[in-house]
Design a protein around this ligand. Structure first.
Ligand code: UDX
Length: 455
């Protein structure tokens, strides 16, 4: 028996180079339906179409369906619009209104519906249950097909929610969990060239079907059981979120000790057991995955009699980390009432228009509560952010946001912000006080700027 790590190394060495024929694939082209055209579903649909499969996309939201059918992704994602237009033009992707037709015509159906948080942090499985019911209804013709859950679901969900619905309908089915590891802003790239493919399957035949579907992707494939695949996704996000909080905790301590975090990390990363990726400190993590998934894990553990205190701390630290950026502004400017503060980057990170759990939200609300006048700018997230925090003034450019400002917080790592120079701040701002919440600027090049970052 070798360890899981050795097995993975073996998998990496023996990347699948030959096509493993799936029983339901003719001419290596699969007919796939994607239920749910959000960031994950639409990216997956475009990726499969790009790989030559015949894809049908379905969504309960009529407006979303028509936007996608016109070749307009309802959100910003690098490369997606081009890929979508190409897939539609080549007729590899079609968007349909009648769910049943698509579900019947495909041999593999991917569920990519959302698994939002309930107010107590636990996972709401309602959309998943509803989507499974639609699949079950459409599959009453007796043909055996494969249902793949790509939505992020807690371990045990497929067995307790999805399988019972299909069984109650009496339809034949195969079932699998195939979690996604898509980073917003690079989602299409990640879908086309994933670092790994995890297939949690009910039986070996299901694995063969899915390996055939992914035949053109040269990535390690881990075939495992359904519950383990569900767990891999949560474990990955919980670990990555913990790394960010760990970096923030260390950086906060570095501030107290008066040492430079980057130098400490450099020394630490020489230890081959420590991987320096995802250890960039700042104002904390946001987005649609980390906060939601770690909260769901905490809620599920607690409900099952185990309180995951480490993950509770990861969230608690993240909730207050943004405050350090405000404290640095206050250190320079004193009372912030009446001060004009430029907030650069309103999305939860650069290269996306997603404002879900963006740290810009608590930063802006806190500044406004202190009586500051906040001027926000983001290359893609202005509208989404204004709906959440209407009190923030909207600037049309970085320059407009910085003009006359007493202080500035950089909240997202947009490339346009990393090109800012000391001259820009000195020329435009009333007082050049800059807090870099994402470590995108080089402090050595910030002559004449009262420049701060965490750690
Ligand atoms: C994440 C996972 O990376 C992806 O695999 C999963 O499928 C979905 O969740 P995403 O939410 O797009 O992807 O963002 P990511 O790039 O991972 O960053 C998450 C948050 O952590 C951002 O707010 C980012 O600014 C922050 N972060 C990341 C840090 O503060 N420091 C780091 O070192 C890395």
């Amino acid at each position: 028996m070798c360890s899981p790590i050795q097995e993975l190394d073996e998998l990496r060495k023996n990347l699948p180079t030959t096509f493993i024929a799936g029983p339901r694939l003719r001419r290596n082209v699969a007919t796939v339906s994607i239920v749910g055209l959000g960031p994950v579903g639409l990216t997956t649909a475009v990726a499969f179409a790009t790989q030559g499969h015949q894809v049908t996309g379905i969504d309960i939201d009529e407006r979303r369906r028509s936007e996608v059918a016109r070749g307009e992704p309802p959100f910003y994602e690098k490369g997606l619009e081009g890929g979508l237009k190409r897939a539609l033009r080549q007729k590899r992707l079609k968007i349909v209104d009648r769910m049943e037709d698509a579900l019947r015509a495909s041999t593999i159906v991917f569920l990519c519906v959302g698994t939002p948080s309930k107010p107590d942090g636990s996972m709401d499985d309602g959309p998943l249950r509803d989507a499974t019911k639609s699949v079950a209804n459409a599959w009453r013709d007796g043909k055996a097909r494969t249902l793949v859950v790509k939505s992020t679901v807690l371990p045990g969900t497929v067995e307790s929610v999805v399988r019972p619905v299909l069984e109650a309908a009496g339809v034949p089915f195969r079932i699998a969990v195939n979690p996604e590891f898509l980073r917003e802003g690079r989602a299409l790239e990640d879908a086309l060239r994933p670092d790994r493919i995890v297939l949690g399957v009910d039986r070996p035949g299901t694995a063969r079907i899915l390996r055939a579907l992914y035949r053109s992707v040269r990535s390690p494939v881990l075939v495992t059981d359904v519950r383990t695949a569900e767990s891999v996704k949560y474990a990955t996000n919980a670990l990555l979120a913990s790394k960010v909080s760990l970096a923030n905790e260390l950086a906060n301590l570095c501030d107290y000790f008066g040492v430079e975090y980057d130098e400490v990390l450099r020394g630490v990363a020489l230890d081959p057991r420590i991987n320096a990726q995802f250890l960039v400190p700042g104002v904390g993590f946001g987005g649609s995955c980390f906060p939601k998934d770690v909260r769901a894990l905490v809620a599920a553990g607690t409900a099952n009699g185990y309180r995951p205190e480490l993950f509770e701390a990861v969230l608690a630290l993240n909730d207050r980390q943004y405050g350090r950026a405000i404290a640095l502004l206050e250190k320079e400017l004193g009372d912030l009432a009446g001060r004009r503060i430029a907030l650069l980057g309103l999305a939860f990170k650069g290269n996306t228009d997603d404002v879900r759990e963006s740290r810009a939200v608590p930063i802006a609300r806190d500044l406004v509560a202190r009586g500051a006048m906040v001027v926000g700018y983001d290359p893609a997230a202005m509208d989404g952010f204004s709906k959440l925090v209407p009190d923030v003034r909207r600037a049309k450019s970085v320059e407009e946001a910085l003009k006359g400002a007493d202080g500035c917080i950089l909240q997202a790592d947009w490339p346009a912000f990393s090109r800012l120079t000391a001259k820009d701040f000195v020329k435009l701002m009333a007082s050049p006080v800059v807090v870099d919440g994402r470590r995108i600027l080089d402090p050595k090049k910030m002559k004449g700027v009262r420049f701060h970052r965490i750690g």
